[in-house]
Design a protein around this ligand. Structure first.
Ligand code: PGA
Length: 274
C-alpha cells in the first residue's frame, strides 16, 4: 500500500492566490513522485474552489464537518455539502478543535455522518503533555479510550447508506508534538511506532480482525528532516503534516521520502535519497 501524506493547512493561507500557489507546488511534487497518495486540506473557502477545479491532480479534504446533513445550523458545513463539492476526506477530532470544546462524542457523531455520506474520515487522537509524562502505559490507555468513544457504534461491515466499507484513517498526533504548541518537538519514531502498533492492535480487536478499512498515520512536527524516520516504519502508513505543508520545499521532501519507501521497501530510504 502506498504511503499517505495529508497536508493540514489549518487557517492558512490568507488569500486564494497563495492557496493556488501552494496547491500548484504540491501538485508538481505529486507528478514527480508518483508512488504516494497526497491529500490537501485547505480552509473551507479555498477548499471547494480547488476541489471543483481538480487542476492540480490532488485529492482534497476538509478540516472539520458537522453531523447533520442540512438545516438551521448557522456557520456549520455538512458532510452532504462536502460530498456534493467533490471533497473526499475530512479531518475529525483534531486537537485544535478539541481545545475549543469538541468531545469524543461529537467526533463520533461527525464520523458517522461523514461515513454515511461516503467520505473518508481522518480521526485524530493523541495525548497531552501531562498524560505523556505519566509514561507509555497511561498514553496507550488514554488513546484506547479515545478510539472506543470516537468509533462507538461502528462495525467492519459496509455502511448501510452507501454500501461502501467504513474507510477510516486514524492519525496519532500527540498534542505536545504539534509544532505550534509551546515547547513542541516531534515524537521519537520508535516511541510513536509503539503507540501506533497499540492503535492497530486495539482497532483489530474492536473490529475483530485485521481489516483494510483502517490506516494509521503519525502527525506532530513532521518536516523534511525527520519524515524519513516515521515513514520507514511499516506500521506508520503515512503522515499528517501541518506547518511543513505550507513550505513547498519541505513538503516535497516529505513526499519524496514517502515515494522512496513505496518504491523500494527493502532499501534504506537514506541511500535512495543521496
Ligand atoms: P504540525 O501540525 O505538523 O505543524 O505539528 C500537525 C497537525 O496539527 O495536524
Amino acid at each position: 500500500m502506498l504511503k499517505l501524506v495529508i497536508a493540514n493547512w489549518k487557517m492558512n493561507p490568507a488569500s486564494y492566490k497563495e492557496a493556488q500557489k501552494l496547491a500548484g507546488a504540491a501538485g508538481q511534487s505529486v507528478r514527480k513522485y508518483r508512488r504516494v497518495e497526497v491529500v490537501v486540506c485547505p480552509p473551507f473557502t479555498w477548499l471547494t474552489d480547488m476541489s471543483h477545479e481538480k487542476e492540480y491532480g490532488l485529492e482534497y479534504g476538509a478540516q472539520d464537518v458537522f453531523w447533520m446533513d442540512k438545516g438551521a445550523y448557522t456557520g456549520e458545513i455538512s458532510p452532504l455539502i462536502l460530498k456534493n463539492s467533490k471533497v473526499k476526506y475530512v479531518i475529525i477530532g483534531h486537537s485544535e478543535r478539541r481545545k475549543l470544546g469538541e468531545t469524543n462524542e461529537d467526533a463520533n457523531r461527525k464520523l458517522k455522518a461523514a461515513l454515511a455520506n461516503g467520505l473518508t474520515a481522518i480521526l485524530c487522537v493523541g495525548e497531552d503533555s501531562k498524560i505523556h509524562a505519566r509514561g507509555s502505559a497511561a498514553v496507550i490507555k488514554f488513546i484506547e479510550k479515545q478510539l472506543r468513544e470516537c468509533l462507538k457504534g461502528l462495525n467492519s461491515k459496509s455502511h448501510p447508506s452507501t454500501g461502501k466499507p467504513n474507510y477510516i484513517i486514524v492519525a496519532y498526533e500527540p498534542v505536545w508534538a504539534i509544532s505550534t504548541n509551546p515547547g513542541a518537538k516531534p515524537d521519537n519514531p520508535d516511541q510513536a511506532e509503539r503507540v501506533i502498533l497499540a492503535i492497530h492492535k486495539s482497532l483489530n480487536s474492536m473490529f475483530r480482525a485485521p481489516h483494510p478499512m483502517f490506516r494509521v498515520l503519525y502527525g506532530g512536527s513532521v518536516n523534511g528532516a525527520n519524515a524519513e524516520g516515521f515513514l520507514n516504519k511499516p506500521s506508520i502508513q503515512g503522515v499528517l503534516v501541518g506547518g511543513a505543508s505550507l513550505k513547498p520545499r519541505e513538503f516535497e521532501k516529505i513526499i519524496k521520502y514517502a515515494d522512496a519507501v513505496s518504491v523500494n521497501k527493502n532499501k534504506k530510504v537514506s541511500k535512495i535519497n543521496k
